[in-house]
Ligand binder design. Structure first.
Ligand SMILES: NC(=O)c1ccc[n+]([C@@H]2O[C@H](COP(=O)([O-])OP(=O)(O)OC[C@H]3O[C@@H](n4cnc5c(N)ncnc54)[C@H](O)[C@@H]3O)[C@@H](O)[C@H]2O)c1
Length: 264
């Protein structure tokens, strides 16, 4: 899918990697971008600055807490009505805090379920839409375990399973909406820099003292996101690590093929 001329919505787009996705979409010619984030975020200011940098009216900020179904739905509806359509949804909002795991599950998993259902509602051909693309943000610890943040890792595994299941060929034929997962490695945002104290006390102290020396830039993840949107296949999951171009994760395709493979 070409990015030029497209209308996009990014959850958690007011800061961190989400903001880098918003900027990259604009630099790559997106017609309109909606930043959906918490009322307490600096979304108003961010949208104002981006409108000054790019063409005025390209960016809107819509308030939306991904844990609140009605608020999220209203945010999607506002973007859809104001922009006259929707082509790309990036479900990016997330936190990494195992000490607040119930809230984290609600944001990282339920929030992505809500955003996926709304993306399908507003873009699905079966709903009268013209199809589109949903990228759900998981993590590198969505395809491998995390000894420090096991519950966070679990939410990200769930995001990949959800995304691949909605992307099944039968569903894609029905909706015309392509779904993919983005799995970044450690990236320089406050999610990492403020992570100390956000692990459960049952985790060994030696592990908690681990510092993240190598952090890739948010811009490198956003660049990878643009490549995925342009070229990624429906159902694919992509790792981006050390600022390098993304590579696709090799996951079992269907239970039938998988069982055949492990038996052979
Ligand atoms: N930073 C990393 O190393 C890294 C690695 C892999 C995956 N990720 C994932 O990338 C995504 C973005 O992470 P980040 O590092 O930019 O984090 P961040 O904390 O810098 O930004 C997160 C954004 O989400 C918003 N947000 C939080 N809760 C929300 C809610 N309930 N409703 C709406 N918006 C909400 C915040 O206001 C913020 O703007 C997350 O899903 C995260 O799990 C991050």
């Amino acid at each position: 899918m070409q990015i030029k001329g497209k209308i996009a919505l990014v959850t958690g787009g007011a800061s961190g990697i989400g903001l880098a996705y918003v900027k990259a979409l604009l630099s790559n010619g997106a017609a309109k971008v909606a930043i959906l984030d918490l009322a307490s975020s600096n979304g108003v200011e961010v949208a104002k600055n981006l409108n000054a940098e790019f063409v005025h009216g390209k960016v809107i900020f819509v308030v939306g807490d991904v844990t609140k179904s009605k608020e999220l739905e209203a945010g999607f509806a506002k973007a859809f009505e104001e922009f006259g359509g929707l082509d790309i949804v990036i479900n990016n909002a997330g936190i990494m805090d195992d000490t607040k795991w119930e809230l984290m599950v609600d944001i990282n998993y339920n929030g992505v379920v809500r955003g996926t259902l709304l993306g399908l509602k507003y873009m699905g051909k079966n709903e009268g839409g013209k199809g589109g693309t949903i990228v759900n943000v998981a993590s590198i610890v969505g395809v491998m375990p995390s000894n420090i943040f096991p519950i966070y890792s679990g939410t990200k595994h769930a995001v990949i399973g959800l995304t691949r299941s909605f992307a099944a060929p039968e569903n894609y034929d029905h909706t015309g909406v392509r779904l993919m997962s983005m799995c970044p490695d450690v990236t320089e945002t406050q999610l990492i820099t403020k992570s100390v104290g956000r692990s459960l006390s049952i985790i060994k102290t030696e592990l908690l003292n681990k510092t993240f020396n190598e952090m890739q830039s948010t811009e490198s993840v956003a660049k990878a996101m643009m490549q995925i949107i342009r070229e990624g296949e429906n159902g694919s999951s992509w790792i981006v690590t050390h600022g390098e171009p993304p590579f696709e994760v090799d996951l079992p395709e269907s239970s039938e093929k998988f069982v055949r493979k492990v038996r052979s």
